[in-house]
Design a protein around this ligand. Structure first.
Ligand SMILES: [Zn+2]
Length: 583
């Protein structure tokens, strides 16, 4: 296997150099040589729908073997992949050589659904991601408030609207302990917000405030707002917080992208950029400051931005690509906003909302799709997913080329058994989050009951039905740590390794499928599959180095993955992050 790879690599290199094999490779020395690694190129065929590795995969007797040791890079591209010995040919006087010391190398990781400015912004916010109780959350906000001038807004994020849905917090304790600052506490998945009295006053939310369609203002026994707003009503409070300045937003975006580089990612797909965030990305791109590639989906909620892009057309740039539009079709499952065919199992008479009622701009998204933009549509409930598939199918019926836009359903969280095959039929990519499965399992079955839950986070059912699948974190709602994501995908367990055999384990992915969904398959979803996604000569030098072998460890003892660390991230031949100077 290894010699085969070497021969084919050399042939490709000779072709690339247009100078024939008689040309001495030393005259074409590399800028950078990585040697002594366990390199998985993923330059073999896709696994079968049941996860079985392809015949040409470096896999036999249930054991994975790295298919290369060394990578040579010139400029932004890979020029050689093979053995460390053969790589010596590319060593020149100026070549920087890095000994990988046995670390594992995979194609560059992609987080294909992020809200990256939020990651940078998080650093200036109260972090509530692991709070268990209302009291604990309030104590954290009070401690933070001591350092903030009175009257200024305090924003926090991370309380779990799914876990707390049966007993939402109120403004009472929060207002008592933090009386002098308006406080906005956004939930983990942004489908609920919690505020104190001063915040509700600043936002002018009273008992008489009209409830927006698809939203809910939780009321107390006297019909006064109790302190929590749900789904589309969240904007009543969030819109009262002064927006960050353009400079702040740009700094947040950059901080978020730098964090992603540190965490092993070479690219992100930003799921819904509005005009201001697009300005930040474009400004960073123009200054050459983007540390990782950005595939930006335009926010359909910013119709003006979308119409402007519709006029100028797609941007196919290697560092900032714009050819996608992100829209919301329904709400979330935790806060019971997702649209279901039948009542929520834990809330009779309630089925969530979708489509026009949820603010889905059918006309705008249709125009964008016909204009060559990929549609990336958030759909969670079984009805939400079917209606979204029907919508995409209807646009394809009007203009068949739309099928080539690699349209996506973001989350595809609960799918009716009849609809799995429609993803493949309409070439719709299922864009899903292994962390959501690990986190939502605590309450998902309460919402759905024992039957419908079988179509939830149903990765294997989608693959068996021929759907393309990509994995992501939907950060900052979930931890984007790749080892957490891979572990959740391979085991359907949480960070505490529960349940031991996995939650609905028949939907698990193999280690190879899990890595591919974060690399090769994600590259396809961004139309970059010819440039990146596998490690091969001619491709962008986008690679991730880690201290654990995700294929072997994922197969033998996946719990160990949670201890993995990123050692280096390389984007287009540039080292975007390295654990130490010499490495
Ligand atoms: Zn999202």
């Amino acid at each position: 296997m290894r010699s085969l790879v070497r021969v084919s690599s050399l042939l490709i290199i000779c072709g690339l150099l247009l100078s024939g094999c008689s040309h001495d490779a030393r005259n074409e020395s590399a800028d950078l040589l990585l040697t002594g690694g366990k390199v998985y190129t993923f330059n073999w065929d896709d696994p079968a729908a049941d996860g079985a590795p392809a015949k040409n995969a470096p896999y036999s007797s249930a054991v994975w073997k790295p298919d290369a040791e060394a990578i040579a890079v010139r400029g932004s591209r890979i020029i050689f992949v093979g053995s460390s010995r053969d790589a010596e040919k590319y060593r020149g006087p100026q070549t920087r050589v890095i000994d990988l010391q046995g670390a594992t190398v995979v194609p560059g990781l992609v987080d294909s659904h992020t809200h990256v400015a939020g990651l940078g912004e998080k650093q200036s916010r109260v972090d509530l991601t692991d709070v268990q109780t209302e009291e604990e959350a309030v104590a954290r906000v009070a401690a933070f408030a001591a350092k903030v001038p009175k009257g200024e807004w305090i924003v926090g994020r991370g309380w779990d609207e799914g876990a707390w849905a049966n007993r939402y917090p109120t403004m009472k304790l929060l207002s008592e302990r933090v009386p002098d600052h308006p406080v906005l506490l956004v939930s983990l998945h942004s489908f609920a917000v919690w505020g104190n009295k001063l915040a509700f006053e600043r936002a002018k939310i009273t008992r008489d405030t009209e409830v927006p369609a698809g939203g809910n203002i939780v009321k107390d026994q006297k019909s006064e707002p109790a302190g929590v707003l749900l789904n589309r009503a969240t904007a009543l409070l969030t819109s009262a917080v002064p927006a960050p300045t353009d400079e702040q937003l740009k700094a947040y975006a950059l901080a978020g992208l730098n964090a992603m580089a540190r965490d092993g990612y070479v690219a992100i797909h930003e799921a819904g950029a509005d005009s201001r965030l697009m300005r930040a990305f474009e400004s960073l791109a123009a200054e050459g400051k983007l540390p990782v590639r950005v595939y930006a989906m335009l926010s359909a909620r910013d119709a003006e931005l979308c119409r402007a892009w519709l006029k100028k057309g797609v941007r196919l740039d290697e560092t900032l690509a714009v050819r996608s539009v992100k829209a919301y079709y329904d709400g979330a499952l935790g806060s019971r906003g997702a649209r279901l065919f039948a009542d929520y199992s834990d809330k009779p008479g309630h089925r969530g909302v979708s489509g026009d009622q949820y603010g889905f701009d059918r006309q705008l998204v249709t125009e964008m799709m016909k204009g060559g933009f990929q549609a990336a549509i958030h759909a969670i409930g079984d009805a939400g997913n079917r209606e979204t598939l029907e919508f995409i199918e209807s646009v394809i019926a009007q203009k068949p080329e739309v099928k080539n836009n690699r349209n996506r359903i973001e989350h595809a969280q609960v799918v009716h058994p009849d609809d799995f095959k429609r993803f493949a039929q309409s070439e719709v990519i299922a864009s899903m989050e292994p962390p959501h499965c690990a986190e939502d399992k605590a309450w998902a079955e309460d919402r759905l009951g024992p039957e419908r839950v079988k179509g939830a986070y149903a990765w294997r059912a989608l693959r068996r039905n021929g759907a393309r699948l990509i994995f992501n974190s939907d950060l900052i709602g979930s931890d984007h740590n790749i080892f957490y994501g891979l572990h959740a995908a391979i085991t359907r367990r949480d960070k505490q390794l529960q349940p031991p055999d996995g939650w609905y384990p028949e939907q698990r992915m193999t280690p190879e499928e899990s890595v591919r969904a974060y690399t090769t398959w994600a590259a396809y979803a961004a139309f970059w599959e010819k440039e990146t996604g596998v490690i091969a000569p001619g491709r962008w030098a986008d690679i991730t180095v880690m201290d654990i072998d995700p294929l072997s460890v994922g197969a033998t003892d996946p719990g160990k993955l949670l201890k993995g660390n990123i050692r280096m991230t390389m984007v287009g031949g540039k080292i975007a992050y390295s654990i130490k100077q010499s490495f």
